[in-house]
Design a protein around this ligand. Structure first.
Ligand code: PLP
Length: 395
C-alpha cells in the first residue's frame, strides 16, 4: 500500500477515540456476559413502526432513485417550520440543507466555515467525535475548558483568549456529555466574541427536544447572530431514528447553496424513501417528540432520587439530554479507573469523563438508555460501588 494522507491518518491523531471502554463492554456482552450498557446515546426503543411503514410505502411507490440536491422540498419546508416555531426566527426551505445525520451536518458546517489550517474552537467537555470531525476537514481543533463550578457553561473571556486564528466556534446545547443548557446570558456573551472575532457559530442542537430545566435557545435566534450561525439538527435523538441518518444544517441561504455542492460531491443526497419517512415523522408533531423524550425525563428523576439518598458522590442535575454525569472524585479514582473497575466488578458499562476531554476528568457519564427498572438497579449498584470506593479511597 502506498502512503496515507496526513489528513486521513490525522483524524484519530491522539490514538484512542475515547470509545475503548464501550468496545470492551460490547465485546464482553458478545461473549455472553450480562453487561448493562450505559455508554452510548441510543434509545432502548426502535424507530416507530408507523415511520417504517411510511418508508416502505415510499420505496414501494418508486422513490428509490437519485435525490440529489439539498433535500426534498416538502421535507426542507417541514424542517424550516419546526425551527421557526421553536426559535421564533423566520426560517424557510432555502435555509435548510438535508444531510446524512447531524454528524454530516457538522462536517458540512466546518467545511463551509473554515479553510485548511484555520482553527475551530470547541468547548471541553465535548461530544467525543468533535476533535476528529474538525481534523477531518483539515482544520485545527482548539478546546476551551468549561468548568463544573459554572455548570459547565463556557466563559466568554476564555473563548476570547483562545480566538487567535479561529474561524468558527462550535457550541453544543443541550450538551453532551454534561447536560448543560446554555443560558441567554452565556449565548449573548459568546455571540459578542463571535461578532468581534468574525467567527461562524456552529450550533449543535441535536438534543433540542430533551430539555428538563430552563429552555433551549438557539444562537440563531439572538439579535445579529442569525447570519453567522449554522445550526445543526438531527432526527436521531428527537425521533429515535439514529440509523436513518436524517439531519440538517440551517443557515443563511447563500451558505446552504454553497454546502449543497459539498453534499452533491459526497453523499449525493439522502435516499428519497428515508426523506419521506422523515417528513411523515415530523408531521407527527411535538407530542410525538415529547413521547420519545419522556423515558429520559423519568430516568433522570430516578437517578436524582437515588443520588439524593447517598453522600459518597455528587451530580449536578442535567438540564437536558439523555445523560447524567457524576463527579466521582471522592472515590480517589479517575473516571477511567472508576469505569474500568465498575465494568470488571459490576458488569456495568459507563463512559469515563476523560473520553470527553479534560474538563470532565474525574467524572463518569451515564446514558439513561435502559428500561426504568434495569436503570434503577444499575444506578443503585453503581452508587453502592462508589460508596465502597469512597470509604476506602485509592492511594
Ligand atoms: N452531536 C452530538 C452532541 C451528539 O451527541 C451526536 C450523537 O450522539 C451527534 C451530534 C451525531 O448525531 P447524528 O449524526 O446521529 O445526528
Amino acid at each position: 500500500m502506498t502512503k496515507l494522507s496526513k489528513r486521513i491518518s490525522g483524524i484519530n491523531e491522539a490514538g484512542g477515540d475515547g470509545w475503548d471502554l464501550y468496545v470492551r463492554a460490547r465485546d464482553m456482552a458478545a461473549a455472553g456476559e450480562p453487561v448493562i450498557q450505559l455508554t452510548i446515546g441510543e434509545h432502548d426503543i426502535r424507530t416507530d413502526p408507523a415511520i417504517l411503514d411510511a418508508m416502505h410505502r415510499a420505496a414501494k411507490a418508486g422513490n428509490t432513485g437519485y435525490t440529489f440536491g439539498p433535500g426534498l422540498p416538502p421535507l426542507r419546508a417541514a424542517i424550516a417550520e419546526r425551527i421557526a416555531a421553536r426559535t421564533g426566527t423566520p426560517t424557510g426551505p432555502e435555509n435548510i440543507l438535508v444531510v446524512t445525520g447531524g454528524q454530516a451536518g457538522l462536517f458540512a458546517a466546518l467545511t463551509l466555515a473554515c479553510d485548511p489550517g484555520d482553527v475551530a474552537l470547541h468547548i471541553d467537555p465535548y461530544y467525543a467525535t468533535y476533535p476528529g470531525t474538525i481534523r477531518s476537514t483539515s482544520v485545527i481543533p482548539r478546546a476551551v475548558i468549561a468548568h463544573p463550578e459554572d455548570g459547565f457553561e463556557p466563559r466568554a473571556e476564555a473563548v476570547e483568549a483562545a480566538a487567535d486564528g479561529a474561524r468558527a466556534l462550535l457550541l453544543n446545547s443541550p450538551n453532551n456529555p454534561t447536560g448543560a443548557v446554555y443560558s441567554e446570558a452565556t449565548l449573548t456573551a459568546l455571540g459578542e466574541v463571535a461578532r468581534a472575532r468574525d467567527l461562524w457559530i456552529i450550533s449543535d442542537e441535536v438534543y433540542d427536544s430533551q430539555v428538563w430545566e430552563g429552555r433551549h435557545l438557539s444562537p440563531r435566534a439572538l439579535p445579529d447572530l442569525t447570519d453567522r450561525t449554522l445550526a445543526v439538527g438531527s432526527m436521531s435523538k428527537s425521533h429515535a431514528m439514529t440509523g436513518s441518518r436524517v439531519g440538517w444544517v440551517c443557515g443563511p441561504a447563500e451558505a446552504i447553496e454553497a454546502m449543497t455542492h459539498l453534499a452533491t460531491c459526497t453523499t449525493y443526497g439522502l435516499p428519497g424513501f428515508i426523506q419521506e419517512a422523515a417528513l411523515h415523522a415530523l408531521k407527527a408533531g411535538d407530542d410525538f417528540e415529547a413521547g420519545i423524550a419522556e423515558p429520559f425525563a423519568r430516568r433522570r428523576r430516578i437517578a436524582l432520587d437515588l443520588l439524593s439518598r447517598q453522600q459518597a458522590v455528587a451530580a449536578a442535575p442535567p438540564r437536558g439530554g439523555m445523560y447524567v454525569m457524576i463527579d466521582i472524585r471522592p472515590t480517589g479514582l479517575s473516571g477511567t479507573a472508576f469505569a474500568e473497575a465498575l465494568l470488571d466488578e459490576e458488569r456495568i458499562a459507563v463512559m469515563p469523563g476523560e473520553s470527553f476531554g479534560t474538563g470532565a476528568s474525574g467524572h463518569i457519564r451515564i446514558a439513561m438508555t435502559v428500561a426504568d427498572a434495569a436503570f434503577a438497579d444499575a444506578m443503585t449498584r453503581l452508587l453502592a460501588f462508589a460508596a465502597r470506593r469512597a470509604a476506602a479511597p485509592a492511594t
